[in-house]
Design a protein around this ligand. Structure first.
Ligand code: C2E
Ligand code: CA
Ligand code: CA
Length: 568
């Protein structure tokens, strides 16, 4: 059966057009075509209906292939564009291809036409799929994977825009952080997945408020709300808490949840979103401590050092007295099944609270500046361990996480060079993991820093890829070695088609940019198999090995089913 083909012919000779069409029919196509020979006619046809392909003569009395190509590009279309000419020379053809034509066929060699058409249609299809996947990555960068609600990135951006827009008409917003106190308990007791339950809360919040996209999940049990001021904010908050008082149906059981709300007002308390969020967080702590349900930020709260600030004083001591510890999690090369590197993950053995995980203190450490000395300690400790293992015959690169503040710290390069010199480790033993959002804070500065690092020979990895403000345009220009697909996508890829698309798209993107792609959060053999089939380079996750202290890790390396890559 003939394949329909919507072909636009830019051609002044009716006879030549007929020859071309005959060739297509012979090749199994059923062309529905229009022939044009002026720019105006071509514009009208491109705008008027969808096309599969454009064939263009090289020179015509009123037109030529270069102008036709430019015209097509200006309309934003990316159709296969094939030059069919009696006269084009080899070097002109090369120039045309550089300008974006996909192929050229000489009129006295029309046998080449059909294979060229087949190939270009296939490639156009692939371009189309890749674009769809890139768009999906982009969309998901603004979506919380657990609830499908807007995420922190979307919230921050929206808040920033609202503040900027409000400067003129003095309708500045209030920023609220809503924290669900009892949810953790409930979920631990019932042992449930939390996505649906969180979504219930999110939807209820959204139902009380006017605009749809001002409620976002910030992470954990926290939601962010942006309220236009003007009315009485306290009135709205009372309404909110009232609505949340009604019990939630969780697993068929009505359960009362308790919420606390922290509020910060622009511009009274701050005019930028990060500071507002920080102040709203402090107000939230106040509300929790005093069990008042909500609190509005006041500078005194900051001075009276809420619990989080108290914890930070302890953390500072812990760093100074070297009482933190590192766990290491191996990374495996999927093709060979060999362990090629480890990632250093910090832990804080707290005297009364037990082993604290980084999510519980890194954020606050970053806000208070303790992140500086903390990062320095992690870097030295990781390199020392790595170098010691190397001297004992185990050659594994170590990855260290850099927070946004560390990436942009003026003394970063000095610190890294110092750490390499002091520990005796080589730059090829170190890889730094930075998140997209850290880069996007100041892309130009990040580029300068990363360029110097890569010149020194230190590896750079983009962590949590897919969750930040993805700007592929910027990522493309950075001297990076690796991207890590965020574990939320990897963990969901077998159950959720959207996640699978993202994973595949990131692997393709990474490979197109010549980068190594790592999947983190690999929890099952099935996931590992699926990643292998997609050509992913490295895997990291509980299925292979949980993060553990250096001693146990060495034993594991000796006994695990996965072998070491190389021994020195
Ligand atoms: P990350 O860099 O994305 O690290 C991966 C996190 O996922 C680790 O959590 C790891 O234990 C966990 N993980 C690994 N495999 C699996 C898996 O198969 N399933 C699941 N569910 N989780 C897995 P961890 O150690 O709690 O670290 C959390 C985050 O804290 C890290 O995320 C990183 O952003 C940050 N962090 C850790 N150490 C440092 C540090 O030294 N400096 C800085 N700035 N941040 C750090
Ligand atoms: Ca990491
Ligand atoms: Ca990560």
């Amino acid at each position: 059966m003939a394949t329909p083909l919507r072909a636009l012919l830019v051609e002044d000779s009716e006879d030549d057009a007929e020859l071309l069409l005959r060739q297509l029919r012979r090749g199994g196509y059923e062309p529905a075509h229009v022939r044009v020979e002026t720019p105006d006619a071509m514009s009208a046809e491109l705008a008027g209906r969808p096309w599969d392909i454009v064939f263009s003569d090289y020179t015509m009395p009123h037109f030529n292939a270069f102008d036709a190509l430019a015209l097509m590009k200006n309309t934003g279309l990316d159709l296969p564009f094939i030059i069919v000419s009696g006269t084009i020379s080899e070097d002109r053809a090369v120039i045309a291809m550089r300008a974006g034509a996909h192929d050229y066929v000489l009129k006295d060699n029309l046998n080449r036409l059909v294979p060229a058409v087949e190939r270009e249609l296939r490639e156009a299809q692939m371009r189309q799929e890749r674009r769809a996947a890139e768009e999906a990555v982009h969309r998901l960068a603004y979506t919380d994977p657990v609830t499908g609600m807007p995420n922190r990135a979307r919230f921050t951006e929206h808040a920033q825009q609202t503040i900027a827009a409000a400067r003129d008409n003095s309708r500045l917003p209030a920023l609220l952080i809503v924290d669900i106190d009892r949810f953790r308990e409930v979920n631990n007791t019932l042992g449930r997945g939390r996505g649906d339950d969180l979504l219930q809360v999110g939807l209820r919040l959204r139902g009380v408020l006017p605009a749809v996209d001002v409620v976002a999940r910030l992470g954990g049990d926290e939601f962010g709300i942006l309220l236009p001021q003007g009315g009485d904010v306290t009135e709205v908050i009372r309404n909110l808490t009232g609505f949340l008082d009604a019990p939630f149906m969780i697993g068929g059981i009505p359960i009362a949840v308790e919420v606390s709300i922290g509020v910060a007002l622009a511009p009274d308390h701050a005019a930028d979103v990060d500071t507002l969020l920080q102040w709203a967080d402090i107000a939230l702590f106040r509300a929790k401590r005093t069990a008042t349900r909500y609190a509005i930020y006041a500078p005194e709260l900051n001075r009276r050092s809420p619990e989080r600030l108290g914890l930070m004083a302890e953390l500072r001591h812990a760093v100074e007295q070297r009482r933190l510890m590192l766990h290491f999690q191996p990374k495996m090369a999927i093709k060979t099944g060999r362990i090629v590197a480890t990632e250093a993950l910090v832990r804080w053995p707290h005297p009364s609270r037990g082993l604290l995980m980084p999510d519980e203190f890194i954020g606050a450490a970053e806000l208070t500046g303790i992140i500086g000395p903390l990062t320095r300690w992690v870097l030295y400790e990781a390199l020392n361990r790595c170098h010691t293992m190397r001297r004992q015959g185990t050659r594994l690169r170590v990855s260290v996480n850099l927070s946004a503040r560390s990436l942009h710290a003026p003394d970063l390069l000095e610190m890294i060079e110092g750490a390499l010199t002091d520990t005796g480790a080589g730059p090829e033993q170190l890889m730094l993991e930075v998140t997209e959002s850290a880069i996007m804070l100041s892309p130009e500065r990040a580029k300068e820093t990363l360029t110097i690092l890569s010149r020194i020979g230190v590896g750079v990895s983009i962590d949590d890829f897919g969750t930040g403000y993805t700007s592929l345009a910027i990522i493309k220009r950075l001297p990076i070695d690796e991207i890590k697909i965020d574990k939320s996508f990897v963990m969901g890829m077998l159950a959720d088609k959207k996640d699978a698309v993202i994973v595949r798209a990131v692997i393709e993107l990474g490979h197109n940019l010549g980068l190594s792609v790592v999947a983190e959060g690999v929890e099952t053999q099935e996931t590992l198999d699926a990643l292998a089939a997609l050509g992913c380079d490295e895997a990291q996750g509980y299925f292979i090995c949980k993060p553990q202290a250096c001693g146990p890790l060495k034993n594991w390396l000796l006994t695990s089913p996965w072998k070491l890559e190389a021994t020195a």
